[in-house]
Design a protein around this ligand. Structure first.
Ligand SMILES: Cc1cc2nc3c(=O)[nH]c(=O)nc-3n(C[C@H](O)[C@H](O)[C@H](O)COP(=O)(O)OP(=O)(O)OC[C@H]3O[C@@H](n4cnc5c(N)ncnc54)[C@H](O)[C@@H]3O)c2cc1C
Length: 467
């Protein structure tokens, strides 16, 4: 079936606002549309909405929240925006950046106060590039809790989520006005749904090998750690409607996935004073630059493998993450009482491990910066028992996508908005620019939650304003 149909066959049902995708972006859009007085319907291909949101750590950066104030953290949307733009090397679109950074604090407070999602701030370590502690998570620090709580909020607002509905094509006029969609059901039957406005919240193209090979060739053979159902439908539909695509090579990688267990090991193990060594026992980069660019750094080492080295104190901090507890339960986290025992467990010559760890200890004592540019000041010494996890690099999600304005309206290649099409989350271009190194922690859920909320509200306002 073509991606875009221009027929005028009847629809089985017509809804005011249709939302494709039931991840964080789609569910936040649904809540916002409902609050703006419109009954949206979410179409989700899976039997249960999960998406990459469920696989994530569920951490959302936001400035000026009630949770930050309760933890005594001073922060502002302006410094948040500055941090994002510094990491993105100035490539984030200023209009989108402004609305998502200004809207993040209110969005977290909205989810907490109105929908009962009790966010707290991660206050015991800093994420690379954030000038304030502003990562907000639910109790388990797991995305599965986030998606379950969002789904519960949507259900209790009386919003319909049609599951097992894979949207296969859009129906649009030759001028690019979306009239509806065609969804395929698990039994192979098709339903035609009309809509007055459409929100694309079906994430990016991480699950589509061909698109990854085209736009991110360096990761074409890497493990994809996101949701396999994210096949790039939003960008393919948008492109066919004449929408602009931006920063298609942008993505979030991660260089700390326990191997072969396939479990995310929090970057807290690095930021609190740990380091990465290759299988020869040598450090190979500035780990504090960020976990996104770590994917390529680790995959560039022999065998595409590295060891995260840290200690029991740091493991105690990382244990707040459900994923880290799972990694421990799976036997991915090794412990050793001495450097020599650590070397033996890692099959690395003891003199090499000792030289690496002693040089790190020396840098910490001198509050020095190493040859890779990592500043070690203020980080405590690693002390026995030592911990180690064998890790590899992976593609987590794509950050390139449909060009949008500050109201989440999808823009044509020439910059004018399409009449009634909105995009949020991984479907829209993010605020990370065209490289993995432009990704600041939390940029993924930031545009899912905040732009999702904006897209839902704006789609509802558009529909309400129509005669
Ligand atoms: C392991 C991991 C950890 C991460 N941790 C974090 C973190 O802590 N903080 C952060 O900010 N970001 C994190 N991310 C990134 C984050 O998960 C994503 O940026 C975010 O979940 C995107 O939300 P979304 O709603 O756009 O997409 P998703 O949550 O992926 O939802 C998209 C939905 O659309 C559905 N869909 C797709 N195509 C169709 C179709 N044709 N028809 C119907 N339905 C369709 C999918 O089934 C899916 O349910 C992480 C990612 C991974 C993989």
């Amino acid at each position: 079936m073509p991606r875009i149909l221009s027929d005028d066959l009847p629809f089985d049902l017509t809804v005011p606002v249709a939302i494709v995708g039931g991840g964080a972006a789609g569910l936040c859009a649904a809540l916002a549309a409902r609050e703006a007085g419109i009954d949206p319907v979410v179409f989700e291909r899976d039997a249960l909405p999960q998406g990459s949101t469920a696989l994530s750590a569920g951490l959302i950066p936001a400035a000026g929240t009630a949770a930050q104030r309760a933890a005594g953290i001073a922060d502002s949307a302006a410094s948040f925006a500055h941090d994002i733009q510094a990491k993105a090397h100035g490539a984030a679109d200023p209009a989108v950046l402004e609305v998502v950074t200004a809207g993040a604090g209110p969005a977290i407070d909205w989810l907490t106060e109105r929908h009962g999602l009790a966010f707290t701030v991660i206050a015991d370590f800093s994420y690379p590039g954030h000038s304030a502690r502003r990562m907000h998570g639910l109790a388990s620090r797991a995305g599965s809790e986030l998606i379950d709580r969002l789904r519960a909020a949507v259900e209790s607002a009386g919003i319909d989520i049609v599951t097992g509905a894979r949207v296969e094509a859009l129906v649009a006029t030759p001028e690019g006005r979306v009239r509806g969609l065609v969804a395929t059901r698990p039994d192979g039957s098709r339903e035609r749904i009309g809509c007055a406005a459409l929100v694309l919240a079906c994430n990016g193209y991480g699950g589509n090998k061909d698109l990854v090979a085209e736009h991110i060739p360096a990761l074409k053979d890497a493990l994809y750690f996101g949701h396999p159902g994210n096949q790039g439908d939003a960008v393919l539909w948008g492109e066919a409607l004449g929408a602009g695509l931006r920063h298609m090579s942008g993505h979030q990688g991660h260089g700390s996935v326990a191997h072969p267990h396939g479990i995310l090991v929090s970057w807290a193990v690095i930021m609190e004073g740990g380091c990465q060594v290759n299988t020869a026992g040598e450090r190979f980069w500035n780990e504090a630059s960020g976990y996104s660019e770590a994917a390529l750094a680790v995959l560039g080492q022999p065998g595409g493998i590295a060891w995260d080295l840290f200690d029991a104190r740091i493991a105690g901090i990382a244990r707040q993450f459900e994923d880290f507890r799972r990694a421990e339960a799976a036997g991915a986290v090794l412990q050793a009482e001495s450097m020599d025992e650590l070397a033996a467990r890692l099959s690395i010559p003891p003199q090499v491990i000792r030289a690496t760890l002693e040089s790190v200890a020396d840098l910490k004592r001198r509050r020095g910066t190493d040859g890779f540019g990592r500043d070690w000041s203020g980080l405590p010494d690693l002390v026995p028992p030592y911990c180690a996890v064998k890790v590899t690099g992976a593609l987590f999600h794509t950050q390139g996508g449909l060009a949008v304005d500050g109201t989440a309206r999808v823009l044509r290649t020439g910059g004018a908005p399409l009449p009634n099409l909105f995009a949020a989350g991984g479907a829209a271009v993010g605020v990370s620019g065209p490289d993995a190194s432009g990704y600041l922690s939390g940029n993924g859920l930031l545009t899912a939650v905040v732009l999702g909320r904006i897209a839902g509200r704006e789609a509802a306002l558009l529909v309400s304003a129509e005669p």
